[in-house]
Design a protein around this ligand. Structure first.
Ligand SMILES: Cc1cc2nc3c(=O)[nH]c(=O)nc-3n(C[C@H](O)[C@H](O)[C@H](O)COP(=O)(O)OP(=O)(O)OC[C@H]3O[C@@H](n4cnc5c(N)ncnc54)[C@H](O)[C@@H]3O)c2cc1C
Length: 407
């Protein structure tokens, strides 16, 4: 039975100090949104939410609500919190296609956005509203970044991203797909061609490696590569997944939907790093979890682990001597991602820290004036709502920068 959003909205206490809002990383005006919904004014509710968070339709589906808005709802202290995400989703989904985004008249200035993920889409919408002419460049053929090529369809329908693309085109954003900047075209070409400011929202697409023997074997893959196009892989029936974060849960659930019979996730520690819900769903779908397993190498037969020993307090205390060969048709490594270095390598003066993340000031300006960045390429692998929230600040800073150039 679906959640009845009307009943959920009626349960909202409209608290004077709304903790739900405090728990939301982008401070959605939840009580006001619910109030407008109860008054039957869906358009007002939708516009309000979109104005604050252009990716509200996505966030209503993929945010970690149990830790954020719903996790802070006062009703959750003794019972069930209001199902805020479903209300926000109902509003955003109903209103999105009709939503009219008011844009100021064109001011004659061009902005280049590199990357069509949540960060790039946010910047494109916000700066187009301010009158800038925005062109988005993306290395891939579709918009959305991880939303398109990482989060599986059963969690986030791809049709939503088509609707975003339509909206972007509707407000006049130009999109250049299949155009990785830092290859044929470089940032210096964008500067030459008159873009007054450039935004980098290229995310983190280089899988972190384990550095163990066997990682290059034919039966071993990286999570982010697999999720980009699961149909391209022939994994077999038994899958071992190294890592227990949210991406690993997506891999497990996707593999099961693609015919894998036995999927096991392995972690070195005593618990996973994925959200409780994601782990619970993976378990429900049929995945198993094994803890205290340190990967040692991967063979043609599958991964080989050492067992992590624990002291009396449960703290890790080295490895046992035995090695355990697990038999798996395929092993998928899911231990996070870092940024690719294409842009840094091809752009003089653009600096990254040791881990490859772009260096910026607190408003997102990189080491080159006029070039800004936000999202995962600055913060490291984080969340959609954080990429959007940060990009709001950066859009303001880009606007200020371009205005300052007028004087
Ligand atoms: C499997 C997986 C599941 C996730 N699930 C969730 C979730 O449920 N909820 C949540 O909040 N977060 C989730 N995240 C994290 C979230 O998706 C990211 O934090 C978010 O997408 C970051 O947005 P971004 O715009 O910075 O980068 P990205 O989404 O990575 O987008 C970057 C874009 O830049 C493009 N690009 C890269 N290099 C270039 C170049 N040189 N030239 C042109 N284009 C380029 C890429 O093709 C991509 O389209 C998940 C991440 C993964 C990997």
């Amino acid at each position: 039975m679906a959640v009845h959003v009307i009943d959920e909205a009626n349960r909202c206490l409209n608290c004077k100090k709304p903790l739900c809002r405090q728990g939301c990383p982008i401070q959605t005006a939840i009580p006001q949104m619910i109030q407008a919904f109860k008054e039957g004014d869906l358009n007002k509710a939708g516009e309000m939410v979109f104005e604050n968070n252009p990716l509200s339709l996505v966030c209503s589906l993929v945010c970690n609500h149990e830790k954020q808005c719903e996790g802070h709802c006062i009703l959750g202290k003794k019972g069930q919190p209001v199902h805020i995400s479903s209300i926000e989703n109902y509003i955003s989904d109903t209103v999105f296609d009709q939503l009219k985004i008011d844009c100021m008249p064109k001011n004659g200035k061009k902005v280049a956005v590199i990357g069509a993920g949540p960060a790039g889409i946010t910047i494109a919408i916000l700066l187009t509203k301010k009158g800038y002419s925005v062109t988005i460049f993306d290395a891939r053929d579709k918009v959305g970044g991880v939303l398109q090529y990482g989060i599986p369809e059963f969690r986030l329908p791809k049709s939503i991203l088509e609707r975003y693309k339509k909206k972007l085109l509707e407000i006049g954003v130009k999109i250049r797909p299949n155009t990785a900047i830092g290859t044929a075209l470089e940032i210096k070409d964008l500067i030459r061609d008159g873009y007054q400011s450039i935004f980098i929202g290229t995310g983190v697409w280089r899988p972190k490696t384990l550095g163990v023997k066997g990682e290059s074997l034919g039966n071993v893959h990286y999570a982010i590569d697999y999720l980009a196009n699961p149909d391209a892989y022939h994994l077999g029936e038994t899958i071992a997944i190294i890592g227990m974060g949210n991406s690993a849960m997506d891999v497990a659930r996707t593999a099961i939907r693609h015919g894998a019979r036995k999927v096991t996730l392995y972690a070195r520690g005593t618990s996973g790093t994925a959200s409780e819900h994601e782990m619970a769903y993976a378990r429900l779908d049929g995945a198993d979890f094994q803890f205290g397993m340190q990967i040692m190498e991967i063979t043609d037969d599958g991964p080989v682990f050492g067992k992590v020993l624990h002291d009396e307090e449960g703290k890790p205390a080295g490895l046992g001597e035995d090695r355990v060969q697990i038999f798996a048709d395929s092993t998928i490594i899911s231990v996070s991602q870092g940024p690719k270095s294409k842009l840094v390598n091809t752009t003089e003066g653009l600096k990254a820290s040791q881990n490859g993340l772009l260096m910026t000031d607190d408003k997102g300006q990189t080491t080159i004036p006029g070039i800004f960045a936000s999202g995962d390429v600055v913060l490291g692998a984080r969340t959609v709502v954080e990429a959007v929230a940060y990009s709001k600040t950066v859009a303001e800073a880009m606007d200020e920068y371009m205005k300052s150039k007028e004087e």
